[in-house]
Design a binder for this molecule. Structure first.
Ligand code: CA
Length: 376
């Protein structure tokens, strides 16, 4: 099964209302997806996480070395792409280009063998995953705390059992928001906070102590991803589990977080850190440190389903008869591309999503939606 063509698409959608978090605001969604066609007639789809036009340029750069190659040899092709970009792109967005291609090759492989990607990764350790709602971003509302509490209630009403909210505006404001949201959702819903590395170590320790009474399941990216030691110091100063990893690339980047004891929960992004091939290696590496993985997941149904298959395959650490639920991040902010691009629609029943059983990623990509959102 030889690779015949690699096409990229940049999809863009203007938001009806912009929203912001501790670093910047969103007024538009832009995503780069890739379609790999083979001489067998099968096609595979992948997605990169990061600036779409740069990911697209990276994929175009890598395309000549892939054309004519056997699409089933995705690990060898991964290494070729890695080796030929290593000298000038050991970290960063070019790895997202490799990731998008790798995911498309896994989709192709699943279709070629008529098996779900999770089975090809080694098997489904579980047949359902618990989504947590990512939302509760900031707006310019003068009653933001009560708006956030109302939004959190809407997720509970939809059946979510876990919700992640943004922090990072200021310690006092964050505390006010956490108090308002926890008061509204009650004790039974898991609540996580994400600062997108807005704080210094001193500030992060202060905020962690203030929100400890609100049963926070994890504190995500409290401080800059550059400061591995400070993450470790924060961990020893709070009872809240510390999460991070969405800014890391490859096994080498994630190894920094692991060997420095920086995180309780490792959040690799499959669409930027090296694709499913590298994510599987990072999962093995994390298992040697006894660190749990909840991938960072953003973008369309392609990214979401790649994560579903990866999570389905994760070994529980430690193993036991009654395995705990495994989480998947489910972005609930406005994204017309996500809603239209893939089918079947993501279906949450009683707080869980079933692991797809169809071949490859288990989704169809709607080419009409590509036409609609394509940026020319
Ligand atoms: Ca995050």
């Amino acid at each position: 099964m030889r690779i015949k063509q690699i096409e990229t698409f940049i999809l863009a959608d203007q938001l009806s209302e912009s929203f912001f978090f501790s670093q910047w605001s969103y007024s538009e969604r832009q995503i780069c997806i890739v379609k790999i066609s083979t001489d067998s007639g099968l096609v595979g789809w992948g997605e990169g996480y990061g600036p779409a036009s740069i990911i697209e340029a990276g994929i175009k750069h890598l395309t000549p070395m892939l054309l004519g190659q056997n699409a089933l040899e995705q690990e060898r092709l991964w290494f070729d792409m890695y080796r030929k970009t290593l000298d000038f792109a050991r970290r960063g967005v070019l790895v997202a280009s490799i990731s998008a291609i790798d995911i498309a090759l896994w989709d192709l492989k699943g279709k070629a063998f008529a098996q779900p990607v999770s089975v090809l990764l080694g098997g489904q350790q579980r047949n359902r995953v618990m989504p947590y709602a990512t939302g509760l971003y900031f707006s310019n509302s003068d009653k933001l705390a009560s708006d956030l509490a109302t939004e959190a209630t809407s997720y509970v009403d939809q059946g979510f059992k876990a919700i992640k909210m943004k922090v990072g505006l200021s310690i006092r404001t964050d505390l006010e928001h956490v108090e308002a949201v926890r008061a509204m959702i009650g004790e039974d819903i898991k609540l996580m906070v994400d600062a997108n590395h807005a704080y210094s170590l001193r500030e992060a320790i202060e905020l962690a102590h203030l929100i400890e009474p609100y049963d926070i399941s994890w504190f995500e990216e409290p401080i800059s991803p550059e400061f591995y030691d400070q993450y470790s110091e924060l961990r020893s100063n709070t009872s809240i589990p510390i999460a991070g990893g969405e800014c890391e690339y490859l096994r080498y980047g994630h190894h920094q977080l692991l060997k420095n004891k920086s995180v309780d929960i490792l959040q690799i992004d499959i669409c930027s850190a090296g694709g499913l091939t590298e994510a599987k290696r990072v999962a093995t590496l994390a298992s040697t440190y006894g660190v749990e993985i909840v991938p960072h997941t953003w973008g369309t149904g392609i990214a979401f389903h790649a994560a579903m298959h990866f999570i389905a395959n994760l070994e529980p650490i430690p193993g036991r008869l009654m395995s705990p639920d495994f989480y998947i991040e489910y972005d609930r902010t406005e994204n017309g591309i996500r809603e239209a691009l893939t089918s079947p629609p993501i279906d949450m029943q009683e707080g869980y999503i079933k692991v797809p059983t169809g071949p490859g990623l288990g989704i169809e990509v709607n080419e009409e939606a590509i036409q609609k959102f394509s940026k020319t």
